[in-house]
Write a protein that binds this ligand. Structure first.
Ligand SMILES: Cc1ncc(COP(=O)(O)O)c(C=O)c1O
Length: 387
Protein backbone atom coordinates (compact mmCIF):
# COMPACT_ATOMS: atom_id res chain seq x y z
CA UNK A 1 0.00 0.00 0.00
CA UNK A 2 1.43 3.37 -0.92
CA UNK A 3 1.92 5.98 1.77
CA UNK A 4 0.53 9.50 1.67
CA UNK A 5 4.05 10.68 0.97
CA UNK A 6 4.42 8.41 -2.08
CA UNK A 7 1.04 9.45 -3.42
CA UNK A 8 1.74 13.18 -3.04
CA UNK A 9 5.15 12.76 -4.60
CA UNK A 10 3.63 10.83 -7.48
CA UNK A 11 0.80 13.26 -8.25
CA UNK A 12 1.75 16.74 -7.05
CA UNK A 13 3.22 19.26 -9.46
CA UNK A 14 5.30 20.26 -6.48
CA UNK A 15 6.18 23.88 -5.75
CA UNK A 16 7.18 23.51 -2.09
CA UNK A 17 10.19 21.86 -0.48
CA UNK A 18 8.54 19.35 1.87
CA UNK A 19 9.18 18.47 5.51
CA UNK A 20 9.18 14.74 6.17
CA UNK A 21 5.94 14.61 8.13
CA UNK A 22 2.29 13.86 7.28
CA UNK A 23 -0.16 16.02 9.24
CA UNK A 24 -3.61 14.48 9.69
CA UNK A 25 -5.34 16.30 12.57
CA UNK A 26 -5.31 19.54 14.52
CA UNK A 27 -6.84 21.06 17.65
CA UNK A 28 -5.91 24.39 19.18
CA UNK A 29 -2.13 24.67 18.94
CA UNK A 30 -1.57 20.91 18.55
CA UNK A 31 -1.06 18.99 15.31
CA UNK A 32 -0.87 15.21 14.98
CA UNK A 33 0.98 13.21 12.35
CA UNK A 34 -0.12 9.90 10.83
CA UNK A 35 1.71 7.90 13.50
CA UNK A 36 -0.25 9.64 16.26
CA UNK A 37 2.65 11.85 17.38
CA UNK A 38 1.63 15.29 18.67
CA UNK A 39 3.49 18.51 17.83
CA UNK A 40 3.30 22.01 19.27
CA UNK A 41 2.40 24.05 16.22
CA UNK A 42 4.24 27.36 15.92
CA UNK A 43 3.33 27.68 12.23
CA UNK A 44 -0.49 27.95 12.44
CA UNK A 45 -0.66 27.03 8.75
CA UNK A 46 1.71 29.96 8.04
CA UNK A 47 -0.15 32.47 10.18
CA UNK A 48 -3.66 31.25 9.37
CA UNK A 49 -5.03 29.40 12.42
CA UNK A 50 -5.01 32.39 14.80
CA UNK A 51 -8.09 31.05 16.61
CA UNK A 52 -6.58 27.55 16.77
CA UNK A 53 -6.97 24.51 14.57
CA UNK A 54 -10.55 23.30 14.27
CA UNK A 55 -11.82 26.09 16.48
CA UNK A 56 -15.20 24.72 17.65
CA UNK A 57 -17.11 27.93 16.90
CA UNK A 58 -15.66 28.13 13.38
CA UNK A 59 -16.26 24.42 12.72
CA UNK A 60 -19.88 24.68 13.92
CA UNK A 61 -20.50 27.74 11.73
CA UNK A 62 -19.07 25.97 8.68
CA UNK A 63 -21.12 22.83 9.35
CA UNK A 64 -24.33 24.80 9.69
CA UNK A 65 -23.64 26.92 6.61
CA UNK A 66 -22.68 23.82 4.60
CA UNK A 67 -26.24 22.60 5.11
CA UNK A 68 -27.80 25.95 4.22
CA UNK A 69 -25.97 27.53 1.27
CA UNK A 70 -22.37 27.02 0.16
CA UNK A 71 -22.09 29.15 -2.94
CA UNK A 72 -23.68 32.42 -4.01
CA UNK A 73 -21.90 34.69 -6.48
CA UNK A 74 -21.64 38.43 -6.03
CA UNK A 75 -24.37 39.06 -8.60
CA UNK A 76 -26.92 38.27 -5.85
CA UNK A 77 -27.26 39.71 -2.36
CA UNK A 78 -26.57 37.23 0.43
CA UNK A 79 -27.33 37.46 4.15
CA UNK A 80 -24.10 35.84 5.38
CA UNK A 81 -21.88 37.91 3.07
CA UNK A 82 -23.59 41.10 4.23
CA UNK A 83 -22.95 40.19 7.88
CA UNK A 84 -19.33 39.19 7.19
CA UNK A 85 -18.56 42.54 5.53
CA UNK A 86 -20.29 44.43 8.34
CA UNK A 87 -18.22 42.45 10.88
CA UNK A 88 -14.96 43.06 9.02
CA UNK A 89 -15.56 46.79 8.77
CA UNK A 90 -16.56 46.93 12.45
CA UNK A 91 -13.08 45.75 13.53
CA UNK A 92 -11.10 47.63 10.84
CA UNK A 93 -9.54 51.07 11.20
CA UNK A 94 -12.35 53.69 11.14
CA UNK A 95 -11.62 55.09 7.69
CA UNK A 96 -11.94 51.68 5.94
CA UNK A 97 -15.66 51.38 5.35
CA UNK A 98 -16.00 48.92 2.47
CA UNK A 99 -14.70 45.48 1.56
CA UNK A 100 -14.03 43.52 -1.62
CA UNK A 101 -14.00 39.80 -0.79
CA UNK A 102 -11.82 37.23 -2.51
CA UNK A 103 -10.08 33.95 -1.69
CA UNK A 104 -6.41 34.52 -0.86
CA UNK A 105 -3.76 37.06 -0.02
CA UNK A 106 -2.39 37.41 -3.50
CA UNK A 107 -5.89 38.10 -4.83
CA UNK A 108 -6.42 40.77 -2.20
CA UNK A 109 -3.20 42.41 -3.45
CA UNK A 110 -4.24 42.14 -7.11
CA UNK A 111 -7.44 43.98 -6.25
CA UNK A 112 -5.55 46.61 -4.25
CA UNK A 113 -3.20 47.30 -7.16
CA UNK A 114 -6.07 47.58 -9.64
CA UNK A 115 -8.15 49.79 -7.32
CA UNK A 116 -5.14 52.09 -6.80
CA UNK A 117 -4.63 52.44 -10.55
CA UNK A 118 -8.35 53.13 -11.09
CA UNK A 119 -8.45 55.74 -8.34
CA UNK A 120 -5.31 57.70 -9.18
CA UNK A 121 -5.00 57.16 -12.93
CA UNK A 122 -1.33 56.48 -12.21
CA UNK A 123 0.65 53.29 -12.86
CA UNK A 124 3.66 53.55 -10.54
CA UNK A 125 4.10 51.60 -7.28
CA UNK A 126 6.79 51.76 -4.65
CA UNK A 127 7.32 48.84 -2.32
CA UNK A 128 10.04 47.69 0.04
CA UNK A 129 13.06 45.51 -0.43
CA UNK A 130 12.49 42.17 1.34
CA UNK A 131 8.72 42.78 1.04
CA UNK A 132 6.40 39.90 0.16
CA UNK A 133 2.92 40.38 -1.26
CA UNK A 134 2.08 37.17 -3.10
CA UNK A 135 2.93 35.17 -6.17
CA UNK A 136 0.39 36.04 -8.87
CA UNK A 137 1.94 38.35 -11.45
CA UNK A 138 0.53 41.63 -10.10
CA UNK A 139 1.37 40.89 -6.47
CA UNK A 140 4.72 39.46 -7.55
CA UNK A 141 5.50 42.76 -9.27
CA UNK A 142 5.39 44.33 -5.80
CA UNK A 143 7.35 41.46 -4.22
CA UNK A 144 11.11 41.69 -3.87
CA UNK A 145 11.99 37.98 -4.22
CA UNK A 146 10.87 35.00 -6.34
CA UNK A 147 10.61 37.18 -9.47
CA UNK A 148 13.66 36.70 -11.70
CA UNK A 149 12.40 33.76 -13.76
CA UNK A 150 9.05 35.48 -14.32
CA UNK A 151 10.19 38.82 -15.64
CA UNK A 152 9.08 40.94 -17.38
CA UNK A 153 6.51 41.72 -14.67
CA UNK A 154 4.22 44.75 -14.55
CA UNK A 155 6.27 47.85 -15.36
CA UNK A 156 6.36 50.76 -12.93
CA UNK A 157 7.06 48.83 -9.72
CA UNK A 158 10.12 50.07 -7.83
CA UNK A 159 11.76 49.05 -4.53
CA UNK A 160 13.28 51.03 -1.68
CA UNK A 161 15.05 49.90 1.50
CA UNK A 162 12.52 49.29 4.30
CA UNK A 163 12.56 51.80 7.17
CA UNK A 164 14.32 54.52 5.17
CA UNK A 165 12.07 57.58 4.71
CA UNK A 166 14.59 59.55 2.65
CA UNK A 167 14.79 56.78 0.07
CA UNK A 168 11.00 56.44 0.08
CA UNK A 169 10.59 60.18 -0.44
CA UNK A 170 13.00 60.12 -3.37
CA UNK A 171 11.12 57.21 -4.98
CA UNK A 172 7.58 58.68 -4.89
CA UNK A 173 7.00 60.57 -8.13
CA UNK A 174 4.14 62.12 -10.12
CA UNK A 175 3.26 58.71 -11.51
CA UNK A 176 3.13 56.91 -8.15
CA UNK A 177 -0.30 55.39 -7.59
CA UNK A 178 0.57 53.86 -4.24
CA UNK A 179 3.18 52.86 -1.73
CA UNK A 180 2.78 49.23 -0.69
CA UNK A 181 4.18 48.12 2.68
CA UNK A 182 3.85 45.38 5.29
CA UNK A 183 3.80 46.87 8.82
CA UNK A 184 5.99 43.95 9.85
CA UNK A 185 7.79 42.22 7.00
CA UNK A 186 6.93 38.54 7.45
CA UNK A 187 8.56 36.39 4.76
CA UNK A 188 11.37 38.95 4.65
CA UNK A 189 12.55 38.02 8.16
CA UNK A 190 10.02 39.34 10.72
CA UNK A 191 11.17 42.96 10.53
CA UNK A 192 8.84 45.48 12.20
CA UNK A 193 8.56 48.97 10.76
CA UNK A 194 10.36 51.59 12.87
CA UNK A 195 7.92 53.54 15.09
CA UNK A 196 7.82 56.61 12.78
CA UNK A 197 8.24 54.92 9.43
CA UNK A 198 4.61 54.20 8.55
CA UNK A 199 3.45 57.63 9.75
CA UNK A 200 6.20 59.15 7.61
CA UNK A 201 5.08 57.08 4.63
CA UNK A 202 1.48 58.21 5.22
CA UNK A 203 2.58 61.87 5.21
CA UNK A 204 4.65 61.47 2.02
CA UNK A 205 1.73 59.79 0.24
CA UNK A 206 -0.62 62.61 1.25
CA UNK A 207 1.81 65.28 0.06
CA UNK A 208 2.33 63.59 -3.33
CA UNK A 209 -1.23 62.43 -4.07
CA UNK A 210 -0.34 58.74 -3.75
CA UNK A 211 -2.26 56.09 -1.83
CA UNK A 212 -0.93 54.02 1.05
CA UNK A 213 -1.62 50.28 0.82
CA UNK A 214 -0.83 48.29 3.95
CA UNK A 215 -0.54 44.54 3.47
CA UNK A 216 -1.85 43.04 6.73
CA UNK A 217 -2.22 39.57 5.30
CA UNK A 218 0.23 38.13 7.84
CA UNK A 219 0.01 40.80 10.56
CA UNK A 220 -3.78 40.97 10.74
CA UNK A 221 -6.39 39.51 13.09
CA UNK A 222 -4.63 39.92 16.41
CA UNK A 223 -1.23 38.53 15.48
CA UNK A 224 0.78 41.59 16.50
CA UNK A 225 -1.08 42.47 19.71
CA UNK A 226 -3.78 44.65 18.14
CA UNK A 227 -6.48 43.57 15.70
CA UNK A 228 -4.32 45.08 12.93
CA UNK A 229 -0.70 46.20 13.05
CA UNK A 230 -1.65 49.57 11.53
CA UNK A 231 -3.33 50.22 14.90
CA UNK A 232 -0.06 49.48 16.70
CA UNK A 233 1.50 52.22 14.55
CA UNK A 234 -1.60 54.44 14.59
CA UNK A 235 -1.57 54.86 10.82
CA UNK A 236 -4.66 54.71 8.61
CA UNK A 237 -4.03 53.21 5.16
CA UNK A 238 -6.23 53.98 2.13
CA UNK A 239 -6.33 50.27 1.33
CA UNK A 240 -5.67 47.31 3.61
CA UNK A 241 -5.25 43.77 2.33
CA UNK A 242 -6.23 40.76 4.44
CA UNK A 243 -6.30 36.96 4.20
CA UNK A 244 -4.65 34.18 6.27
CA UNK A 245 -6.24 34.55 9.74
CA UNK A 246 -9.53 36.00 8.44
CA UNK A 247 -11.68 32.84 8.49
CA UNK A 248 -10.11 30.33 10.87
CA UNK A 249 -8.44 28.35 8.07
CA UNK A 250 -11.06 28.55 5.34
CA UNK A 251 -9.59 30.23 2.23
CA UNK A 252 -10.61 33.88 2.10
CA UNK A 253 -9.11 37.27 1.34
CA UNK A 254 -10.36 40.84 1.59
CA UNK A 255 -9.37 44.26 0.30
CA UNK A 256 -10.68 47.00 2.59
CA UNK A 257 -10.91 50.51 1.16
CA UNK A 258 -11.58 54.06 2.30
CA UNK A 259 -14.01 56.54 0.72
CA UNK A 260 -11.16 57.86 -1.42
CA UNK A 261 -11.06 54.71 -3.53
CA UNK A 262 -12.96 54.93 -6.82
CA UNK A 263 -15.75 52.50 -7.60
CA UNK A 264 -14.67 49.36 -9.43
CA UNK A 265 -18.24 48.28 -10.24
CA UNK A 266 -18.16 46.14 -13.36
CA UNK A 267 -14.36 46.26 -13.48
CA UNK A 268 -13.29 43.48 -11.13
CA UNK A 269 -14.73 40.30 -9.66
CA UNK A 270 -14.29 36.79 -8.27
CA UNK A 271 -16.60 33.78 -8.65
CA UNK A 272 -15.85 32.39 -5.19
CA UNK A 273 -15.21 35.74 -3.48
CA UNK A 274 -17.58 36.29 -0.58
CA UNK A 275 -19.07 32.79 -0.74
CA UNK A 276 -21.33 32.06 2.24
CA UNK A 277 -19.21 29.16 3.52
CA UNK A 278 -16.09 31.31 3.93
CA UNK A 279 -18.15 34.25 5.19
CA UNK A 280 -19.76 32.14 7.92
CA UNK A 281 -16.30 31.03 9.02
CA UNK A 282 -15.05 34.64 9.01
CA UNK A 283 -17.93 35.83 11.20
CA UNK A 284 -17.29 33.06 13.75
CA UNK A 285 -13.53 33.63 13.60
CA UNK A 286 -13.72 37.40 14.14
CA UNK A 287 -16.24 36.89 16.96
CA UNK A 288 -13.75 34.54 18.64
CA UNK A 289 -10.88 37.03 18.26
CA UNK A 290 -12.98 39.84 19.73
CA UNK A 291 -14.82 37.98 22.50
CA UNK A 292 -11.65 36.24 23.78
CA UNK A 293 -9.55 39.38 23.24
CA UNK A 294 -6.94 37.41 21.37
CA UNK A 295 -4.95 40.53 20.40
CA UNK A 296 -4.29 41.22 24.11
CA UNK A 297 -3.42 37.57 24.59
CA UNK A 298 -0.94 37.75 21.68
CA UNK A 299 0.59 40.85 23.21
CA UNK A 300 0.99 39.28 26.67
CA UNK A 301 2.20 35.87 25.45
CA UNK A 302 4.62 37.46 22.97
CA UNK A 303 6.16 39.57 25.72
CA UNK A 304 6.39 36.54 28.03
CA UNK A 305 8.08 34.51 25.30
CA UNK A 306 10.61 37.28 24.61
CA UNK A 307 11.47 37.62 28.29
CA UNK A 308 11.96 33.88 28.73
CA UNK A 309 14.00 33.55 25.53
CA UNK A 310 16.27 36.51 26.31
CA UNK A 311 17.00 35.14 29.79
CA UNK A 312 18.80 32.18 28.20
CA UNK A 313 19.49 33.49 24.69
CA UNK A 314 21.97 31.13 22.97
CA UNK A 315 25.13 32.56 21.40
CA UNK A 316 24.09 31.54 17.88
CA UNK A 317 21.26 34.10 18.04
CA UNK A 318 21.95 37.45 16.41
CA UNK A 319 18.64 39.12 17.28
CA UNK A 320 15.12 38.41 18.52
CA UNK A 321 12.44 40.51 16.79
CA UNK A 322 8.89 40.27 18.05
CA UNK A 323 5.55 42.01 17.90
CA UNK A 324 2.85 40.07 19.73
CA UNK A 325 2.97 36.46 18.56
CA UNK A 326 4.86 37.32 15.39
CA UNK A 327 8.33 36.23 16.43
CA UNK A 328 11.56 36.15 14.43
CA UNK A 329 14.86 34.79 15.70
CA UNK A 330 17.75 35.78 13.46
CA UNK A 331 20.69 33.38 13.70
CA UNK A 332 24.35 33.72 12.85
CA UNK A 333 23.89 30.49 10.87
CA UNK A 334 21.40 28.92 8.46
CA UNK A 335 18.08 28.15 10.12
CA UNK A 336 17.16 24.97 8.22
CA UNK A 337 19.07 22.38 10.33
CA UNK A 338 17.71 23.92 13.54
CA UNK A 339 14.14 23.79 12.18
CA UNK A 340 14.58 20.10 11.41
CA UNK A 341 16.02 19.37 14.85
CA UNK A 342 13.17 21.32 16.40
CA UNK A 343 10.62 19.22 14.51
CA UNK A 344 12.32 16.05 15.75
CA UNK A 345 11.75 17.41 19.28
CA UNK A 346 8.05 17.95 18.58
CA UNK A 347 7.88 21.68 17.76
CA UNK A 348 6.95 22.98 14.31
CA UNK A 349 8.32 26.36 13.23
CA UNK A 350 8.96 28.28 9.99
CA UNK A 351 11.87 29.90 8.24
CA UNK A 352 11.73 33.54 7.08
CA UNK A 353 14.70 33.84 4.75
CA UNK A 354 17.82 31.67 5.16
CA UNK A 355 18.85 32.64 8.71
CA UNK A 356 15.61 33.47 10.52
CA UNK A 357 13.40 31.12 12.53
CA UNK A 358 9.83 32.40 12.53
CA UNK A 359 7.19 31.47 15.10
CA UNK A 360 3.55 32.17 14.31
CA UNK A 361 1.66 30.05 16.87
CA UNK A 362 -2.12 30.12 17.14
CA UNK A 363 -3.06 33.01 19.44
CA UNK A 364 -4.94 30.53 21.64
CA UNK A 365 -1.76 28.61 22.47
CA UNK A 366 -1.45 27.85 26.20
CA UNK A 367 1.30 29.61 28.12
CA UNK A 368 2.79 26.25 29.09
CA UNK A 369 2.84 25.04 25.48
CA UNK A 370 4.50 28.27 24.38
CA UNK A 371 7.10 28.01 27.13
CA UNK A 372 7.78 24.38 26.19
CA UNK A 373 8.30 25.52 22.59
CA UNK A 374 10.60 28.31 23.82
CA UNK A 375 12.71 26.01 26.04
CA UNK A 376 12.92 23.34 23.33
CA UNK A 377 14.06 25.97 20.83
CA UNK A 378 16.75 27.22 23.21
CA UNK A 379 17.95 23.64 23.88
CA UNK A 380 18.06 22.85 20.14
CA UNK A 381 19.94 26.08 19.34
CA UNK A 382 22.52 25.27 22.01
CA UNK A 383 22.88 21.56 21.25
CA UNK A 384 22.98 21.81 17.45
CA UNK A 385 25.51 24.66 17.56
CA UNK A 386 27.86 22.63 19.73
CA UNK A 387 27.76 19.43 17.65
C1 LIG B 1 2.40 39.73 3.78
C2 LIG B 1 1.85 38.75 2.80
N1 LIG B 1 1.22 39.19 1.71
C3 LIG B 1 0.70 38.34 0.80
C4 LIG B 1 0.79 36.97 0.96
C5 LIG B 1 0.19 36.04 -0.05
O1 LIG B 1 -0.90 35.37 0.49
P1 LIG B 1 -1.47 34.03 -0.21
O2 LIG B 1 -0.43 32.97 -0.02
O3 LIG B 1 -2.75 33.75 0.52
O4 LIG B 1 -1.70 34.35 -1.65
C6 LIG B 1 1.45 36.47 2.09
C7 LIG B 1 1.61 35.01 2.27
O5 LIG B 1 2.48 34.52 2.94
C8 LIG B 1 2.00 37.37 3.03
O6 LIG B 1 2.64 36.94 4.12
Amino acid sequence: MSTTRDTEQRYAFEVYPKRDITIVRGEGATLWDDTGRAYIDCTAGIGVANVGHCNPAVSAAIAEQANTLITCPGIFYNDVRARAMEKLVSVAPDNLGRAFLCNSGTEAMEAAIKFARLTTGRNGFVSAMRGFHGRSLGALSATFKYREEFEPLIPGHGFVPFNNLDKLSAAIGDDTAAVILEPVQGEGGVRPADPDYLAGARKLCDERGALLILDEIQTGFGRTGRMFASQVYDVAPDIMTLAKGIAGGVPMGATLVSDRIASAAGKHGSTFGGNPLACSAAIACIDEIVSRDLPARAQALGAAFAERFRARQPGVVRELRQLGLMIGIELKAKSRPYLEALMAEGVLALPAGPTVIRLLPPLVIGEEELFTACDTLIDVLERETNT
